[in-house]
Design a protein around this ligand. Sequence first.
Ligand code: ASP
Length: 341
Amino acid sequence: MITQMNLAQADNAPPIRLVIHGGAGTIERSKLTAECEQAYTQALTQSLIAGYTVLNSGGSSVDAVIAAIVVMEDSPLFNAGKGAVFTHSGRNELDASIMDGSTRMAGAVAAVTTIRNPIRAAHAVMTQSPHVMLIGQGAESFAIEKGLDIVDPAYFHTEFRWNQLQKAIKQERILLDHDADPDTPLPDHDQKRGTVGAVALDRNGNLAAGTSTGGLTNKRFGRIGDSPIIGAGTYADNRSIAVSATGTGEMFIRTAAAFNTAAQVRFQHTSLEKAADNTLAEIAAMQGDGGLIVLDTKGNHAMRFNTRGMYRGVIGNDGIPRIGIFTDTEQPVTLPPASAR
Ligand code: ASP
């Protein structure tokens, strides 16, 4: 059982840190209901605590990233795992990737439809195959062979996402998950659910990064975005930083966003914030938008976005989850006493 007290670490412990995002977009305070904000805060807090519990007990950054992302994949609030958006043909096709900063081993799956937690499949590709990326049916056969949790595709179906697809088809639009739609606005809280990602630093000074998504509503022809692409949506290297991205995937691929950010830190000694902002500026110049979370081996981190908001959170040695949605600073979340949880 987790209490605030046993979450906190001694001051002289090596830095541990976990940073997460749940998608970036036009998230407006005036339109997000208190219940909705609370639901996101709760889900993000749960994700942070799941990852922190791993780090605090001496676990690896890779395992912390998986633990944090699985919570968000299992939550219908985010466009990853359950709650993923639909393709044009009414399927949920999921993408995910993970990278270990200590070895630069990486794994990814794309366009999978039956794997409950794509991030676990990405991890299996990284650790139990000689490959980096497996797609579609091949990835699914691999996941079965590795004993991962397989579900009926109907598991991923949510009513809201289905209605979102019907609107997108009517308008002949491919919707980025957080696209605002002024003509036929979707309920505001429903527009903003996004891709999820995590970056972590463990007690041994190792970094890891992971990202998981359903991609874009109404996507066609086997479209794959940046999330499962190492160097675009995800990157981790102990010599620089760990990065996870969310946003207009095509521009994140064209700018090699995650690697680009890491390369600035490694070769030009650019600060984390500035490096992320430089990458986002390149993306903005291509009419793209989104956000990046970054973390180095000293425990410095940044959460940058060029949209109105980004669901995000951070937890460090003090064990206090800090959550942000809009442009203001992340706020500490007070955990209820263990007995009330
Ligand atoms: N980057 C994701 C993609 O293009 C979408 C997102 O982050 O919302 O598939």
